[in-house]
Design a protein around this ligand. Structure first.
Ligand code: GLY
Length: 414
């Protein structure tokens, strides 16, 4: 195992072999997993495209809810933070199949995103990137949609209104002057590519400068000593100094919410993509190692990484897809050995998802990947219980994105 040291400790008759991971995961820890094959990638993508097309009847002038209920998404208006993922799935299906019905549906949805940002409907939060990168930026990049371009720039303008110059971060949720909201969350790293794109498009550096400040503040504070991550981090309102970490969707404050860790993996890769700062590669390796070291035998995490095989807890399959996308993004900038390691690991995650979690029969679900968890209540968090052990919109989207990354030299919407 490159980058790791081994030790042996003897307590009476108990012999414990320990492994200190210095960036890469010991493959022996969960056994040698199979990798998804090229044929399986194609088979999975074919199914995804057909499933997306089957859904167009219900979900062209409406959007999928954030999570399925009993395996089936219900239609909603374009008001959730998650609606961009559905449009992103349509674009991914279009990229793979070049079918016109998909392009037409995705372009109709861009009109809805333009209306949403124009009328400022449910945009008082930081998730402009999740909403506008896979929908409108994708439409502009793929088919030159000017409506998509204008809406995405307006969304970037909206996002930077949430920047606090004192603390140098973008506030996630709620009114900007409330102490209980004076925090960032790790998920926001995925909202920042919208700002880099807006600077490239407009020539105005203000978006990129804010993204860079936020990345620095976020990564300096959310990653703990052992490379697990805080979901959210508070700052002092007067001085802007870091104050304390707390969970929102994780099991408890000191644990590692699986999806937060996965956002951290992909977030570090995107931070490196845009800044080219070498320390983000090192951070990526540590955050990824922590994630991999806390996976159960089939490599699909429970909703919080404090749980493992034998715990009666739901999985969050979406975290595996998000992590796979992050590894495949980071692999593009690494030497051959590291790139090979992370690509192979991503293929193992995808094999497990394909074999054990992906929907194969449209009669059981109108989604793509089962066994995700959106929001799970614990004795130590304030979350309500919804979207538990269901499909969710980003789980489906990132599963397709990872497949496309493995299928071809896919150009990110991020
Ligand atoms: N960004 C919110 C979530 O991952 O649930």
């Amino acid at each position: 195992m490159p980058g790791a040291s081994l030790g042996l400790v003897v307590y009476g008759c108990i012999v414990e072999v320990w492994v200190i991971s210095l960036g890469k995961w010991d493959m022996g820890m969960v056994g040698e997993m199979m990798r998804i094959s090229d044929m399986e990638i194609e088979d999975a993508l074919e199914f995804c495209v057909e499933q997306v097309r089957r859904n167009l009847g219900t979900f062209t002038y409406a959007f999928q809810n954030a999570y399925s209920e009993g395996g089936f998404y219900q239609p909603i208006e374009n008001v959730e933070w998650t609606t961009g993922f559905w449009t992103g799935e349509i674009w991914l299906a279009y990229e793979y199949s070049h079918r016109n019905d998909l392009r037409e549906a995705a372009e109709l949805q861009i009109d809805s995103f333009a209306e949403r940002i124009g009328k400022k409907i449910a945009v008082d939060h930081h998730d402009m990137g999740f909403l506008y990168s896979p929908s409108c930026v994708a439409g502009y990049k793929l088919v030159g949609s000017m409506a998509g371009r204008d809406a995405a720039i307006a969304a970037a303008d909206q996002l930077i209104t949430r920047y606090h110059p004192v603390g140098e971060f973008i506030q996630a949720w709620g009114p900007m002057d409330a102490p209980e909201n004076y925090r960032l969350i790790i998920d926001c790293l995925l909202n920042l590519p919208l700002l880099y794109w807006a600077s490239e498009e407009t020539g105005d550096v203000k978006y990129r400068e804010i993204a860079e400040k936020h990345i620095h503040t976020a990564l300096a504070n959310v990653v703990r000593e052992d490379a697990s991550t805080w979901h959210t981090f508070f700052f002092d309102m007067k001085t802007g100094k870091p104050d304390h970490g707390a969970t929102c969707q994780g099991y408890r404050d000191g644990s590692a919410w699986a999806r937060g860790q996965a956002w951290g993996i992909y977030g570090c890769a995107l931070a490196y993509r845009y800044t080219k700062r070498k320390e983000y590669i090192a951070l990526f390796k540590r955050v990824t190692a922590y994630f991999l070291e806390h996976l159960p035998a089939d490599m699909i995490p429970f909703w919080d990484l404090c749980f493992t095989d034998g715990d009666d807890q739901p999985r969050d399959s979406s975290s595996a897809s998000i992590a796979a996308c992050g590894m495949l993004e980071m692999a593009k900038y690494m030497d051959t050995e590291d790139a090979g390691y992370y690509t192979e690991t991503a293929k193992k995650l995808m094999k497990s998802l394909y074999d054990g979690y992906a929907v194969k029969d449209p009669k059981i679900s109108n989604g793509l990947v089962l066994h995700s968890t959106y929001s799970n209540h614990s004795p130590y968090n304030t979350c309500n219980h919804y979207g538990v052990d269901e499909c969710n919109s980003w789980g489906d989207y990132f599963y397709m994105e990872a497949l496309m990354r493995l299928h071809e030299d896919w150009k990110p919407y991020w």
